[in-house]
Design a protein around this ligand. Structure first.
Ligand code: ZN
Length: 441
């Protein structure tokens, strides 16, 4: 069997079966545009559906893995009737007796964007170890720098890569059995026997039954039964796994220390340029404890997907290309919503969410004069844009004037930085504002 595109899915998209996830995506986009009934005069809804169906499977690394390995199915009858090629590693091209179909992940992050890119295919054990290491090193360099998914995906992917990548037992076993038959058809009875010995215990009952039958026949044919066990090339060394563990946890550890050190530092200095430290409005006494809240609002539907830190809530007037930045470090124990209002009109230029103990930054604030307001709360309502109940709201004193400066060589924008911190005796007391003042549009 030489065709590894059994249902023609790769052919439908016009790509090789070794195509990367990006190549598949861009081929799909191009074809979808050409054939979509709404956008093209060469529209063909039949073609559009077939490429969409192909893409749905090939775009999902796990479904793609299943599809690819389904190409390797053969029966003992087939193997006797004709020669079958044993499976080759998709990287080095060598015949590999014990292949696996493995998915490794590389994580790329930038600010709030994180993508996880699958690297997948049939590997020999040695190429798989190299690919796992390479993907983890790339992730180590590029994966962390996005909130909040960067670190989460990075740790998960590095650990998965370090422990052999994602692979399905059923597909591993299917390929071993395929190879047992392939070596049988090529006359390498000893290797066929060793692989059949592994296939005796597969999940797939039919394969297990056929394997036992084949073993009996090969033993009758006089194979050396003492050589029925192959070395497992997939076992990784302690060093290999320890290296991945180190990559997964060394950087978050270092970062946590750095963040800890920097919060200690900024607590001490209250007046470095552009940065202000405020105490959050007087603590719990003024606010209703959450137990009471639950009684007051028993049946209000809640927000299903709590926004990430820095997620904009609703329409905004931010520029996507330039403008000033606002950074909020939420050192309080509650989630916060921040609103930037134009001083004169009071219009909301941007509203965004900052989770408890996290920092968020937005950019693109146009030149102007602004007040910055915040509110603390617990659960968000169903719109995910306001708290069911405010635990308190305030406004940083003064008006911020943001003005872009231009020199001969550069454009200078400003970064405002505020810390919401539950310091009992903060040096500046922010102004408390009413819920209505905060909610007004
Ligand atoms: Zn290889």
């Amino acid at each position: 069997m030489s065709d590894n595109d059994p249902q023609g899915l790769y052919r439908a998209l016009g790509v090789q079966s070794s195509a990367t996830a990006e190549e598949i995506k861009s081929a799909y986009r191009k074809l979808a545009k050409e054939t979509h009934p709404d956008t093209s005069q060469h529209a063909s809804s039949e073609k559009f559906h077939s490429i969409s169906a192909a893409y749905e499977i090939l775009n999902d690394p796990i479904r793609r893995a299943e599809y690819d390995s389904s190409a390797y199915r053969a029966s003992a009858q087939e193997a006797k009737a004709r020669a079958i090629d044993p499976i080759c590693c998709s990287r080095c091209g060598q015949v590999t007796a014990q292949p696996r179909y493995v998915v490794f992940f590389r994580v790329y992050s930038f600010v709030v964007m994180t993508t996880r890119r699958p690297i997948q295919g049939i590997f020999c054990a040695s190429c798989a170890k190299k690919e796992g290491l390479k993907s983890s090193i790339i992730t180590l360099v590029t994966g962390w720098w996005g909130a909040p998914w960067g670190p989460i995906y990075s740790i998960g992917s590095i650990l998965s890569n370090g422990f052999g990548g994602k692979h399905e037992r059923s597909s591993d076993e299917g390929m071993i059995w395929y190879n047992a038959l392939a070596f049988l058809s090529r006359g390498n009875l000893q290797l066929s026997y060793a692989l059949a010995m592994q296939s005796r215990k597969t999940l797939n009952k039919d394969i297990a039954k056929d394997a036992i039958e084949l073993i009996a026949q090969l033993e009758k044919a006089g194979v050396d039964t003492r050589q029925g066990k192959l070395r497992n090339p997939w076992r990784t060394s302690m060093l290999y796994r320890a290296g991945h563990l180190l990559m997964a946890f060394a950087l978050p550890g270092t970062l946590a220390l750095a963040i800890f050190a920097s919060t200690q530092g900024s607590r001490a200095s209250t007046s470095y340029n552009g940065s202000r430290l405020y105490s959050s409005p007087p603590s719990s006494a003024q606010y209703q404890p959450s137990v009471q809240k639950a009684i007051v609002t028993p049946n209000v539907p809640k927000c299903a997907n709590v926004p990430y830190s820095g997620q904009l809530l609703g329409p905004n007037r931010l520029s996507t290309t330039d403008g000033h930045s606002l950074e909020i470090r939420n050192g309080s124990s509650g989630n916060a919503i921040i609103k930037v209002r134009a001083e004169l009109s009071g219009a909301v230029v941007a509203a965004f969410f900052v989770r408890s103990s996290q920092t968020a930054q937005i950019t693109g604030i146009p030149d102007g004069r602004y007040t910055v307001q915040y509110a603390f709360g617990d659960a968000l309502d169903v719109s995910c844009r306001r708290f069911v109940q405010l635990d308190g709201a305030g406004q940083f004193p003064g008006v911020e004037t943001l003005q872009t400066e231009q020199t001969a060589t550069q454009i200078i924008t400003q970064v405002l930085s505020y810390t919401l911190y539950a310091v009992p005796a903060g040096n500046v007391t922010p102004q408390s504002i009413s819920a209505q003042d905060f909610e007004r549009q």
